[in-house]
Design a protein around this ligand. Structure first.
Ligand code: ADP
Ligand code: MG
Length: 476
Protein backbone atom coordinates (compact mmCIF):
# COMPACT_ATOMS: atom_id res chain seq x y z
CA UNK A 1 0.00 0.00 0.00
CA UNK A 2 1.33 3.43 -0.85
CA UNK A 3 0.59 6.24 1.54
CA UNK A 4 0.73 9.97 1.27
CA UNK A 5 1.77 12.15 4.19
CA UNK A 6 -0.24 15.33 4.83
CA UNK A 7 1.03 18.13 7.05
CA UNK A 8 -0.42 21.50 8.01
CA UNK A 9 1.36 23.97 10.28
CA UNK A 10 0.11 26.49 12.80
CA UNK A 11 2.59 29.14 13.89
CA UNK A 12 2.23 31.60 16.75
CA UNK A 13 4.37 34.67 16.29
CA UNK A 14 4.88 37.25 19.01
CA UNK A 15 4.65 40.70 17.49
CA UNK A 16 7.44 43.11 18.26
CA UNK A 17 5.45 45.70 20.22
CA UNK A 18 6.40 47.69 23.28
CA UNK A 19 3.02 47.05 24.93
CA UNK A 20 0.42 44.36 25.34
CA UNK A 21 -2.54 43.90 23.00
CA UNK A 22 -5.30 45.28 25.20
CA UNK A 23 -3.54 47.19 28.00
CA UNK A 24 -0.53 49.46 28.59
CA UNK A 25 1.77 46.93 30.28
CA UNK A 26 5.23 46.48 28.78
CA UNK A 27 6.15 43.32 26.93
CA UNK A 28 9.51 42.21 28.34
CA UNK A 29 11.04 38.77 28.42
CA UNK A 30 12.84 37.57 31.52
CA UNK A 31 11.75 40.17 34.10
CA UNK A 32 10.76 39.06 37.63
CA UNK A 33 7.39 37.25 37.56
CA UNK A 34 4.16 39.25 37.71
CA UNK A 35 5.78 42.67 37.43
CA UNK A 36 4.04 43.62 34.16
CA UNK A 37 0.41 43.11 35.04
CA UNK A 38 -2.66 45.32 35.51
CA UNK A 39 -6.41 44.85 36.08
CA UNK A 40 -6.96 44.22 32.35
CA UNK A 41 -4.48 41.38 31.82
CA UNK A 42 -5.22 40.00 35.31
CA UNK A 43 -8.85 39.73 34.30
CA UNK A 44 -10.16 41.71 37.28
CA UNK A 45 -13.92 42.34 37.20
CA UNK A 46 -14.90 45.54 35.40
CA UNK A 47 -11.57 46.05 33.62
CA UNK A 48 -12.02 46.78 29.92
CA UNK A 49 -9.66 46.10 27.00
CA UNK A 50 -8.35 48.86 24.69
CA UNK A 51 -6.77 47.78 21.42
CA UNK A 52 -3.08 48.59 20.79
CA UNK A 53 -2.87 50.01 17.23
CA UNK A 54 0.87 49.20 16.97
CA UNK A 55 0.01 45.50 17.15
CA UNK A 56 -2.60 45.85 14.40
CA UNK A 57 -0.06 47.60 12.16
CA UNK A 58 2.44 44.75 12.63
CA UNK A 59 -0.23 42.09 12.07
CA UNK A 60 -1.21 43.82 8.82
CA UNK A 61 2.39 43.95 7.69
CA UNK A 62 2.70 40.21 8.47
CA UNK A 63 -0.42 39.45 6.43
CA UNK A 64 0.82 41.46 3.45
CA UNK A 65 4.33 39.98 3.60
CA UNK A 66 2.63 36.57 3.30
CA UNK A 67 0.57 37.67 0.33
CA UNK A 68 -2.75 37.51 2.19
CA UNK A 69 -6.03 39.28 1.52
CA UNK A 70 -6.77 41.61 4.45
CA UNK A 71 -10.40 41.87 5.51
CA UNK A 72 -11.92 45.22 6.23
CA UNK A 73 -13.84 43.80 9.15
CA UNK A 74 -12.58 41.17 11.54
CA UNK A 75 -14.18 40.19 14.81
CA UNK A 76 -12.68 39.57 18.27
CA UNK A 77 -13.91 36.37 19.84
CA UNK A 78 -13.63 34.80 23.26
CA UNK A 79 -12.17 31.32 23.36
CA UNK A 80 -13.29 29.91 26.67
CA UNK A 81 -11.29 27.42 28.67
CA UNK A 82 -10.06 27.01 32.19
CA UNK A 83 -6.39 27.09 32.95
CA UNK A 84 -4.45 28.74 35.79
CA UNK A 85 -2.38 30.89 33.43
CA UNK A 86 -5.53 32.32 31.82
CA UNK A 87 -6.96 34.59 34.49
CA UNK A 88 -9.99 35.84 32.53
CA UNK A 89 -11.13 32.29 31.78
CA UNK A 90 -11.02 33.09 28.09
CA UNK A 91 -8.49 34.15 25.47
CA UNK A 92 -9.32 37.05 23.17
CA UNK A 93 -8.69 35.84 19.62
CA UNK A 94 -10.34 35.93 16.21
CA UNK A 95 -12.38 32.99 15.04
CA UNK A 96 -15.05 33.19 12.36
CA UNK A 97 -13.82 36.43 10.86
CA UNK A 98 -10.03 36.58 10.95
CA UNK A 99 -7.86 39.54 9.96
CA UNK A 100 -6.60 37.99 6.71
CA UNK A 101 -6.88 34.88 4.54
CA UNK A 102 -5.57 33.28 1.33
CA UNK A 103 -1.85 33.93 1.45
CA UNK A 104 1.14 31.87 0.40
CA UNK A 105 4.76 31.17 1.19
CA UNK A 106 7.22 29.97 -1.44
CA UNK A 107 10.16 27.92 -0.21
CA UNK A 108 12.94 25.70 -1.50
CA UNK A 109 12.45 22.23 -0.11
CA UNK A 110 12.81 18.94 -1.95
CA UNK A 111 11.73 20.97 -4.98
CA UNK A 112 12.78 24.55 -5.64
CA UNK A 113 9.97 27.06 -5.45
CA UNK A 114 7.38 24.92 -3.63
CA UNK A 115 4.33 26.72 -2.35
CA UNK A 116 2.28 26.44 0.83
CA UNK A 117 -1.04 28.22 0.99
CA UNK A 118 -1.75 30.32 4.07
CA UNK A 119 -5.32 29.65 5.12
CA UNK A 120 -5.68 32.45 7.63
CA UNK A 121 -3.88 34.89 9.88
CA UNK A 122 -5.59 36.10 12.99
CA UNK A 123 -4.61 38.22 15.95
CA UNK A 124 -4.84 37.05 19.54
CA UNK A 125 -3.43 37.56 23.00
CA UNK A 126 -0.99 35.17 24.62
CA UNK A 127 -1.67 33.40 27.92
CA UNK A 128 0.58 33.60 30.97
CA UNK A 129 3.13 30.95 31.82
CA UNK A 130 2.79 28.00 34.20
CA UNK A 131 6.09 27.13 35.80
CA UNK A 132 6.35 23.58 37.07
CA UNK A 133 9.99 23.39 38.10
CA UNK A 134 10.30 26.31 40.48
CA UNK A 135 8.67 25.02 43.67
CA UNK A 136 8.54 21.40 44.74
CA UNK A 137 5.17 19.80 44.01
CA UNK A 138 3.66 23.19 43.15
CA UNK A 139 2.98 25.06 39.95
CA UNK A 140 3.75 28.77 39.84
CA UNK A 141 2.04 31.21 37.50
CA UNK A 142 3.75 34.19 35.85
CA UNK A 143 1.35 36.53 34.11
CA UNK A 144 3.91 38.88 32.52
CA UNK A 145 3.24 37.24 29.18
CA UNK A 146 -0.56 37.34 29.52
CA UNK A 147 -1.96 39.68 26.90
CA UNK A 148 1.15 39.77 24.70
CA UNK A 149 0.13 40.36 21.04
CA UNK A 150 0.41 37.37 18.73
CA UNK A 151 -0.55 36.48 15.23
CA UNK A 152 -1.45 32.91 14.47
CA UNK A 153 -0.55 31.83 10.95
CA UNK A 154 -2.39 28.71 9.74
CA UNK A 155 -1.39 26.88 6.58
CA UNK A 156 -3.50 24.65 4.38
CA UNK A 157 -2.52 20.96 4.62
CA UNK A 158 -0.15 21.34 1.67
CA UNK A 159 3.08 19.84 2.99
CA UNK A 160 3.98 16.23 2.19
CA UNK A 161 7.21 15.65 4.02
CA UNK A 162 8.96 16.47 7.32
CA UNK A 163 11.96 18.10 5.65
CA UNK A 164 9.63 20.30 3.59
CA UNK A 165 7.86 21.34 6.79
CA UNK A 166 11.20 22.47 8.13
CA UNK A 167 12.14 24.25 4.89
CA UNK A 168 8.77 26.03 4.89
CA UNK A 169 9.27 27.19 8.48
CA UNK A 170 12.76 28.43 7.66
CA UNK A 171 11.42 30.45 4.74
CA UNK A 172 8.54 31.78 6.85
CA UNK A 173 10.90 32.88 9.64
CA UNK A 174 13.19 34.51 7.09
CA UNK A 175 10.27 36.52 5.70
CA UNK A 176 9.09 37.55 9.18
CA UNK A 177 12.60 38.65 10.08
CA UNK A 178 12.87 40.74 6.93
CA UNK A 179 9.46 42.27 7.59
CA UNK A 180 10.72 43.02 11.12
CA UNK A 181 7.42 42.10 12.76
CA UNK A 182 8.91 39.80 15.40
CA UNK A 183 12.29 38.89 16.81
CA UNK A 184 11.37 35.25 15.96
CA UNK A 185 13.38 34.03 18.93
CA UNK A 186 12.37 30.38 19.35
CA UNK A 187 14.10 29.86 22.71
CA UNK A 188 12.13 32.73 24.21
CA UNK A 189 8.94 31.49 22.60
CA UNK A 190 8.47 34.38 20.15
CA UNK A 191 7.89 31.83 17.40
CA UNK A 192 6.12 28.56 18.19
CA UNK A 193 5.14 26.06 15.56
CA UNK A 194 2.66 23.17 15.91
CA UNK A 195 2.44 20.49 13.25
CA UNK A 196 -0.73 18.62 12.19
CA UNK A 197 0.04 15.25 10.69
CA UNK A 198 -2.04 12.61 8.92
CA UNK A 199 -1.64 9.98 6.22
CA UNK A 200 -3.99 8.83 3.48
CA UNK A 201 -3.94 6.31 0.63
CA UNK A 202 -2.26 7.80 -2.38
CA UNK A 203 -4.95 9.16 -4.68
CA UNK A 204 -7.55 9.60 -1.92
CA UNK A 205 -9.27 12.97 -1.79
CA UNK A 206 -10.42 12.84 1.82
CA UNK A 207 -7.97 13.71 4.55
CA UNK A 208 -7.05 11.16 7.17
CA UNK A 209 -7.44 11.64 10.90
CA UNK A 210 -4.73 13.96 12.13
CA UNK A 211 -2.72 14.34 15.27
CA UNK A 212 -1.31 17.63 16.44
CA UNK A 213 2.28 17.96 17.66
CA UNK A 214 2.92 20.72 20.17
CA UNK A 215 5.75 21.91 22.41
CA UNK A 216 8.53 21.86 19.83
CA UNK A 217 11.08 24.64 20.19
CA UNK A 218 13.36 24.23 17.19
CA UNK A 219 12.99 23.54 13.49
CA UNK A 220 15.16 20.45 13.73
CA UNK A 221 12.84 19.28 16.52
CA UNK A 222 9.82 19.77 14.25
CA UNK A 223 11.43 17.71 11.53
CA UNK A 224 12.30 14.89 13.95
CA UNK A 225 8.89 14.92 15.62
CA UNK A 226 7.01 14.77 12.31
CA UNK A 227 9.26 11.99 11.04
CA UNK A 228 8.56 9.89 14.15
CA UNK A 229 4.84 10.58 14.03
CA UNK A 230 4.62 9.63 10.36
CA UNK A 231 6.44 6.36 11.12
CA UNK A 232 4.02 5.64 13.95
CA UNK A 233 0.95 6.35 11.82
CA UNK A 234 2.28 4.23 8.93
CA UNK A 235 2.96 1.26 11.19
CA UNK A 236 -0.48 1.63 12.74
CA UNK A 237 -2.19 1.79 9.36
CA UNK A 238 -0.21 -1.11 7.91
CA UNK A 239 -1.21 -3.30 10.85
CA UNK A 240 -4.87 -2.45 10.41
CA UNK A 241 -5.10 0.06 13.27
CA UNK A 242 -6.72 3.49 13.35
CA UNK A 243 -5.09 6.84 14.05
CA UNK A 244 -6.81 8.58 16.96
CA UNK A 245 -7.20 12.35 16.83
CA UNK A 246 -5.08 13.63 19.67
CA UNK A 247 -2.55 16.19 20.78
CA UNK A 248 1.01 14.96 21.18
CA UNK A 249 3.72 16.68 23.18
CA UNK A 250 7.29 16.64 21.93
CA UNK A 251 9.83 15.70 24.55
CA UNK A 252 12.95 17.29 23.14
CA UNK A 253 15.29 15.73 25.70
CA UNK A 254 14.30 12.12 24.93
CA UNK A 255 13.26 12.86 21.34
CA UNK A 256 9.88 11.21 21.92
CA UNK A 257 6.22 12.08 21.52
CA UNK A 258 3.80 11.72 24.42
CA UNK A 259 0.01 11.76 24.12
CA UNK A 260 -1.25 14.81 26.00
CA UNK A 261 -4.99 14.70 25.64
CA UNK A 262 -7.63 13.69 23.18
CA UNK A 263 -8.10 16.66 20.94
CA UNK A 264 -10.93 19.05 21.79
CA UNK A 265 -13.20 20.31 19.03
CA UNK A 266 -13.64 23.98 18.40
CA UNK A 267 -17.22 23.86 19.75
CA UNK A 268 -15.76 22.86 23.10
CA UNK A 269 -14.40 26.37 23.39
CA UNK A 270 -17.80 28.06 23.16
CA UNK A 271 -16.45 30.82 20.95
CA UNK A 272 -18.54 33.98 20.81
CA UNK A 273 -17.86 37.59 19.76
CA UNK A 274 -16.31 39.61 22.57
CA UNK A 275 -18.96 42.08 23.77
CA UNK A 276 -16.26 44.39 25.17
CA UNK A 277 -14.59 45.01 21.80
CA UNK A 278 -16.06 46.41 18.60
CA UNK A 279 -15.13 44.65 15.36
CA UNK A 280 -11.70 45.57 14.06
CA UNK A 281 -12.13 47.83 11.06
CA UNK A 282 -9.12 48.13 8.77
CA UNK A 283 -9.32 51.08 6.40
CA UNK A 284 -7.63 50.91 3.03
CA UNK A 285 -5.27 53.70 4.14
CA UNK A 286 -4.09 51.43 6.98
CA UNK A 287 -3.47 48.65 4.49
CA UNK A 288 -1.48 50.96 2.24
CA UNK A 289 0.63 52.19 5.17
CA UNK A 290 1.34 48.59 6.11
CA UNK A 291 2.11 47.66 2.51
CA UNK A 292 4.64 50.49 2.30
CA UNK A 293 6.37 49.03 5.37
CA UNK A 294 6.87 45.62 3.74
CA UNK A 295 10.46 45.59 2.48
CA UNK A 296 11.73 43.70 -0.53
CA UNK A 297 11.50 40.10 0.72
CA UNK A 298 14.37 37.59 0.72
CA UNK A 299 13.45 35.56 -2.39
CA UNK A 300 12.80 38.63 -4.49
CA UNK A 301 15.97 40.20 -3.25
CA UNK A 302 18.08 37.13 -4.04
CA UNK A 303 16.63 37.02 -7.55
CA UNK A 304 17.41 40.69 -8.07
CA UNK A 305 20.97 40.20 -6.75
CA UNK A 306 21.43 37.52 -9.39
CA UNK A 307 20.16 39.72 -12.19
CA UNK A 308 21.54 43.09 -11.15
CA UNK A 309 24.95 42.03 -9.86
CA UNK A 310 25.52 38.86 -11.86
CA UNK A 311 25.87 36.74 -8.72
CA UNK A 312 25.34 32.97 -8.62
CA UNK A 313 22.15 31.72 -6.96
CA UNK A 314 24.31 30.40 -4.13
CA UNK A 315 26.07 33.73 -3.51
CA UNK A 316 22.79 35.65 -3.76
CA UNK A 317 21.32 33.25 -1.20
CA UNK A 318 24.20 33.73 1.23
CA UNK A 319 24.16 37.52 0.85
CA UNK A 320 20.42 37.75 1.53
CA UNK A 321 20.52 35.62 4.70
CA UNK A 322 19.80 38.71 6.76
CA UNK A 323 18.38 42.06 5.75
CA UNK A 324 21.25 43.92 7.48
CA UNK A 325 23.80 41.77 5.68
CA UNK A 326 22.15 42.31 2.31
CA UNK A 327 22.02 46.08 2.91
CA UNK A 328 25.70 46.03 3.83
CA UNK A 329 26.66 44.16 0.67
CA UNK A 330 24.62 46.54 -1.49
CA UNK A 331 26.19 49.60 0.13
CA UNK A 332 29.67 48.21 -0.53
CA UNK A 333 28.77 47.23 -4.10
CA UNK A 334 27.41 50.70 -4.78
CA UNK A 335 30.40 52.47 -3.23
CA UNK A 336 32.99 50.40 -5.09
CA UNK A 337 31.05 49.90 -8.32
CA UNK A 338 32.42 46.36 -8.21
CA UNK A 339 29.65 43.98 -7.13
CA UNK A 340 31.65 40.80 -7.58
CA UNK A 341 34.55 42.15 -5.50
CA UNK A 342 32.13 43.41 -2.86
CA UNK A 343 30.49 39.97 -2.72
CA UNK A 344 33.85 38.21 -2.36
CA UNK A 345 34.97 40.50 0.43
CA UNK A 346 31.69 40.36 2.33
CA UNK A 347 31.32 36.58 2.08
CA UNK A 348 35.04 35.90 2.56
CA UNK A 349 37.26 37.97 4.85
CA UNK A 350 34.47 40.04 6.38
CA UNK A 351 32.35 37.00 7.26
CA UNK A 352 35.39 35.14 8.62
CA UNK A 353 36.29 38.09 10.80
CA UNK A 354 32.72 38.49 12.05
CA UNK A 355 32.60 34.79 12.96
CA UNK A 356 35.91 35.11 14.78
CA UNK A 357 34.66 38.15 16.69
CA UNK A 358 31.23 36.61 17.35
CA UNK A 359 29.53 39.47 15.53
CA UNK A 360 26.86 40.09 12.91
CA UNK A 361 26.63 42.91 10.39
CA UNK A 362 24.69 45.09 12.81
CA UNK A 363 27.57 45.12 15.31
CA UNK A 364 30.53 44.86 12.91
CA UNK A 365 32.58 48.05 13.35
CA UNK A 366 33.83 48.42 9.75
CA UNK A 367 30.99 50.25 7.99
CA UNK A 368 30.27 49.77 4.29
CA UNK A 369 32.00 53.00 3.17
CA UNK A 370 35.19 52.08 5.03
CA UNK A 371 35.22 48.59 3.54
CA UNK A 372 34.69 50.07 0.08
CA UNK A 373 37.68 52.35 0.62
CA UNK A 374 39.81 49.34 1.53
CA UNK A 375 38.63 47.36 -1.50
CA UNK A 376 39.53 50.28 -3.77
CA UNK A 377 43.07 50.33 -2.36
CA UNK A 378 43.47 46.63 -3.16
CA UNK A 379 41.92 47.15 -6.55
CA UNK A 380 44.26 49.94 -7.64
CA UNK A 381 47.27 47.99 -6.41
CA UNK A 382 48.16 50.29 -3.49
CA UNK A 383 48.18 47.24 -1.26
CA UNK A 384 48.13 43.53 -1.93
CA UNK A 385 45.20 41.24 -1.26
CA UNK A 386 46.96 39.63 1.68
CA UNK A 387 47.83 42.97 3.23
CA UNK A 388 44.23 44.06 2.61
CA UNK A 389 42.96 41.27 4.84
CA UNK A 390 45.34 42.28 7.61
CA UNK A 391 44.31 45.92 7.25
CA UNK A 392 40.66 44.87 7.62
CA UNK A 393 41.47 43.20 10.94
CA UNK A 394 43.22 46.31 12.20
CA UNK A 395 40.33 48.50 11.08
CA UNK A 396 37.91 46.29 13.00
CA UNK A 397 40.08 46.40 16.11
CA UNK A 398 40.97 50.09 16.37
CA UNK A 399 38.48 51.84 14.13
CA UNK A 400 41.03 53.50 11.85
CA UNK A 401 40.38 53.86 8.12
CA UNK A 402 42.22 51.82 5.50
CA UNK A 403 44.43 54.72 4.26
CA UNK A 404 45.38 55.55 7.87
CA UNK A 405 46.36 51.97 8.70
CA UNK A 406 48.32 51.57 5.48
CA UNK A 407 50.16 54.90 5.93
CA UNK A 408 51.07 54.52 9.61
CA UNK A 409 52.15 50.89 9.33
CA UNK A 410 53.99 51.37 6.03
CA UNK A 411 51.97 48.71 4.25
CA UNK A 412 51.85 50.37 0.86
CA UNK A 413 52.68 47.79 -1.78
CA UNK A 414 56.30 48.04 -2.88
CA UNK A 415 56.70 48.05 -6.66
CA UNK A 416 59.98 49.91 -6.80
CA UNK A 417 62.52 47.63 -8.55
CA UNK A 418 65.48 48.70 -6.42
CA UNK A 419 63.69 47.93 -3.20
CA UNK A 420 62.49 44.59 -4.56
CA UNK A 421 66.00 43.74 -5.83
CA UNK A 422 67.42 44.17 -2.33
CA UNK A 423 65.06 41.47 -0.94
CA UNK A 424 65.74 39.25 -3.93
CA UNK A 425 69.48 39.55 -3.31
CA UNK A 426 68.96 38.29 0.22
CA UNK A 427 66.95 35.31 -0.96
CA UNK A 428 69.44 34.41 -3.69
CA UNK A 429 72.14 34.42 -1.07
CA UNK A 430 70.18 32.42 1.53
CA UNK A 431 68.94 29.67 -0.82
CA UNK A 432 71.81 28.79 -3.19
CA UNK A 433 70.68 25.20 -3.58
CA UNK A 434 67.09 26.04 -4.48
CA UNK A 435 68.36 28.63 -6.95
CA UNK A 436 70.53 26.14 -8.80
CA UNK A 437 67.77 23.49 -8.83
CA UNK A 438 65.45 26.11 -10.24
CA UNK A 439 67.97 26.99 -12.94
CA UNK A 440 68.23 23.35 -13.92
CA UNK A 441 64.50 23.14 -14.53
CA UNK A 442 62.66 22.67 -11.22
CA UNK A 443 60.40 25.61 -11.98
CA UNK A 444 57.91 24.86 -9.23
CA UNK A 445 60.53 26.20 -6.78
CA UNK A 446 59.94 29.71 -8.14
CA UNK A 447 56.82 29.92 -6.00
CA UNK A 448 58.82 29.06 -2.93
CA UNK A 449 61.38 31.75 -3.71
CA UNK A 450 58.71 34.38 -4.35
CA UNK A 451 57.23 33.42 -1.01
CA UNK A 452 60.60 34.04 0.68
CA UNK A 453 60.82 37.48 -0.89
CA UNK A 454 57.27 38.26 0.24
CA UNK A 455 58.17 37.22 3.77
CA UNK A 456 61.18 39.51 3.87
CA UNK A 457 59.01 42.38 2.67
CA UNK A 458 56.43 41.72 5.37
CA UNK A 459 53.88 41.05 2.64
CA UNK A 460 54.37 44.49 1.10
CA UNK A 461 56.17 43.48 -2.10
CA UNK A 462 54.17 43.32 -5.31
CA UNK A 463 54.19 39.56 -5.95
CA UNK A 464 53.80 39.87 -9.71
CA UNK A 465 56.81 42.13 -10.10
CA UNK A 466 58.81 39.92 -7.71
CA UNK A 467 58.01 36.96 -9.92
CA UNK A 468 59.20 38.77 -13.03
CA UNK A 469 62.41 40.01 -11.45
CA UNK A 470 63.18 36.63 -10.00
CA UNK A 471 62.75 34.89 -13.34
CA UNK A 472 65.05 37.45 -14.99
CA UNK A 473 67.60 36.71 -12.27
CA UNK A 474 67.33 32.93 -12.77
CA UNK A 475 67.54 33.01 -16.54
CA UNK A 476 69.43 36.15 -17.49
P1 ADP B 1 -8.63 22.03 14.03
O1 ADP B 1 -10.06 22.37 13.93
O2 ADP B 1 -8.35 20.67 14.57
O3 ADP B 1 -7.81 23.10 14.65
P2 ADP B 1 -8.13 23.01 11.43
O4 ADP B 1 -9.00 22.59 10.31
O5 ADP B 1 -8.35 24.34 12.07
O6 ADP B 1 -8.14 21.88 12.52
O7 ADP B 1 -6.66 22.95 10.89
C1 ADP B 1 -5.58 23.21 11.73
C2 ADP B 1 -4.31 22.90 10.95
O8 ADP B 1 -4.26 21.53 10.65
C3 ADP B 1 -4.20 23.60 9.62
O9 ADP B 1 -2.86 23.96 9.42
C4 ADP B 1 -4.61 22.55 8.62
O10 ADP B 1 -3.97 22.74 7.38
C5 ADP B 1 -4.12 21.30 9.26
N1 ADP B 1 -4.93 20.13 8.95
C6 ADP B 1 -6.27 20.03 8.93
N2 ADP B 1 -6.63 18.78 8.65
C7 ADP B 1 -5.50 18.06 8.48
C8 ADP B 1 -5.21 16.70 8.19
N3 ADP B 1 -6.17 15.79 8.01
N4 ADP B 1 -3.91 16.33 8.08
C9 ADP B 1 -2.94 17.19 8.27
N5 ADP B 1 -3.14 18.49 8.56
C10 ADP B 1 -4.41 18.92 8.66
MG1 MG C 1 -7.23 25.12 14.83
Amino acid sequence: MTWEVVIGIEVHVQLRTARKLFCGDSVVFGDPPNTHVCPVCLGLPGALPTLNPEAVALALRTALALDCTVHETSVWARKNYFYPDLPKGYQITQFEQPLATHGRVVFDGRARGSEVRIRRIHMEEDAGKSIHDRFHALTAVDLNRAGTPLVEIVTDPDLRDASDARAFLTALKHTLEYADVSDCNMEEGSLRADANVSIRRLGDEALGTKTEIKNVNSFSGIEKAITLEVERQLELAESGGQVVAQTLLWDDHNERLRAMRSKEESHDYRYFPDPDLPPLIVRSADVETARAAVPELPRARATRFGEQYGLSAYDAGVLTQSRDGADYFEDVARATGEAKQAANWVMGPVQALMNQRGETTSTFPVVAESLAELIRMVDDGSISDTVGKRVLETMATDGRSAPEVVATEGLEQVRDDDALAAWIDEVVEDFPEEISRCRSGETRLVGFLVGQVMRRSGGAADPRRVNELLRERLHP
